[in-house]
Design a protein around this ligand. Structure first.
Ligand code: NAI
Ligand code: MG
Length: 394
């Protein structure tokens, strides 16, 4: 097979810093590809009134594979104020380009692995029996439905008369009859059978392929009966096809409590959009936080890989960058897995593991410092020193 072309969409802030670091690692691992730049983010919102220009969509349509850094998002009103003067007052409305990318290309499968690296000072520890300190080894993969649920964007403040009347046909809306329409805000949670089946199937297949002992559906079907309920009934039925895998169900609220009690007892998770977002941030916090949290957005045709962190604008200004490139590099490894370059991905992950275990090169977050340009003087590695160390171990 010929060389692949990968679209690089660095975006804003530290997205522009960490993405080139990941490319350095890919190259050092012997991965050969052509890279093509795609515009996305705040700059294009300000200049063109569109943070996700059509030309970027066309690139993704053509090449189907992308590495994404991060974007800066701001509330609607603030966003409009920052538009270039000639675009002001022309009705441009800001939207999150990453959420748009997920919906435009139907990237309905979001995968977020959270795995302990031995020796990471940020690993979760707890007191066990007799007061001993325990550091459980966590290895979970969260499968988050990425296009529907509470993030489907079907919502209203002061809904139209037609929408209002439709809602009022529901008996539970009785409680709101005396509320003026202008004081009503409604966000809907939409789930489809097809997308639910796809996320659940993908999760079970992943568990089977990688030998995970359990698949846990983390939702809230006892209260959110329709959408969570549908996911549960599909998952229960599908579980019967996977003999060796234990199927469990938990509620998102209780799960957040149990998470620190026995995080080592879980393997693969399935959740809807919002709960998956919460769950994955929660688990990421147990294995090093945003500097380590990687993710994949996968559709039938297009796949985009990105760290879960944002653009951390404050850090993007530093002359020597201090942020941890690991989340971005691990996201690039997920891309390698996706295109069946697992060998290279594993080598990179092993190199990262060695750097962490040795503990000689650590970014400020791993040293539990407050981010500032001065952390370098206090012994923290810069972004590129961290990357160099990983490359050295390859
Ligand atoms: P953030 O993730 O950008 O930063 C939060 C804090 O986490 C930082 O101040 C820093 O202390 C730490 N952090 C983040 N990445 C790190 C790294 N690689 N290494 C070490 N420490 C790291 O989230 P925040 O500050 O809430 O949002 C900043 C901007 O990013 C906003 O405009 C927000 O809308 C956007 N955002 C974009 C996302 C995306 O592109 N997928 C996701 C989350 C936020
Ligand atoms: Mg999130």
């Amino acid at each position: 097979m010929g060389k692949r072309t990968i679209v690089l969409i660095p975006g804003d802030g530290i997205g522009k810093v960490v993405l080139p670091e990941a490319i350095r690692v890919l190259e050092a691992a012997g991965f050969e590809a052509d890279y093509i730049h795609g515009d996305i983010g705040w700059e294009f919102w300000r200049k063109e009134g569109n943070p996700l220009p059509d030309r970027t969509l066309r690139l993704l349509e053509e090449y189907k594979l992308a590495l994404f850094g991060a974007i800066t998002s701001k509330p609607k009103d603030e966003a409009v104020k920052e538009l270039n003067p000639e675009l002001q007052g022309k009705g441009y409305v800001y939207y999150s380009p990453i959420v748009e990318l997920r919906q435009y290309f139907d990237l309905d499968i979001c995968i977020r692995p959270c795995k302990t690296f031995k020796g990471n000072p940020l690993n979760f520890i707890r007191r066990g029996r007799g007061g001993v300190i325990e550091e459980p080894k966590i290895d979970v993969v969260i499968f988050r439905q990425n296009t529907e649920g509470l993030y489907s964007g079907v919502e209203w403040t002061n809904p139209s008369q037609q929408v209002y009347e439709a809602f009022m046909t529901h008996p539970k809306m009785k409680r709101y009859v005396s509320v003026p329409k202008e004081e009503l805000a409604i966000s809907s949670r939409i789930a489809t059978k097809k997308a639910s089946e796809r996320i659940i199937r993908t999760a079970f297949e992943h568990a089977k392929k990688y030998g995970y002992k359990s698949v846990t559906l983390c939702e809230k079907p006892n209260v959110i009966r329709e959408t969570s309920g549908m996911m549960l009934s599909i998952a229960k039925k599908m579980a019967e096809e996977y003999g060796g895998i234990t199927f469990k169900k938990t509620n998102i609220d209780a799960q957040m409590m149990w998470m620190t009690k026995n995080p080592e007892d879980y393997g693969v998770f399935i959740s809807g959009n919002m709960f998956g977002d919460i769950l994955s941030d929660g688990f990421a916090g147990l294995v090093g936080g945003l500097g380590f949290a990687c993710s994949a957005n996968i559709g039938k045709d297009v796949a985009i890989f990105e760290p879960t962190h944002g653009s951390a604008p404050k850090y993007a200004e530093y002359r020597t960058s201090i942020v941890n490139p690991t989340a971005m590099i691990l996201s690039a490894c997920m891309m390698l897995d996706y295109i069946n370059e697992n060998g290279k991905a594993d080598r990179i992950r092993k190199a990262i593991a060695k750097v962490i275990e040795e503990g000689k090169v650590r970014t400020y977050d791993m040293l539990k410092m407050h981010g500032s340009p001065d952390v370098i003087n206090q012994g923290a590695a810069s972004t590129s020193q961290m990357t160099d160390a990983i490359i050295e171990h390859l």
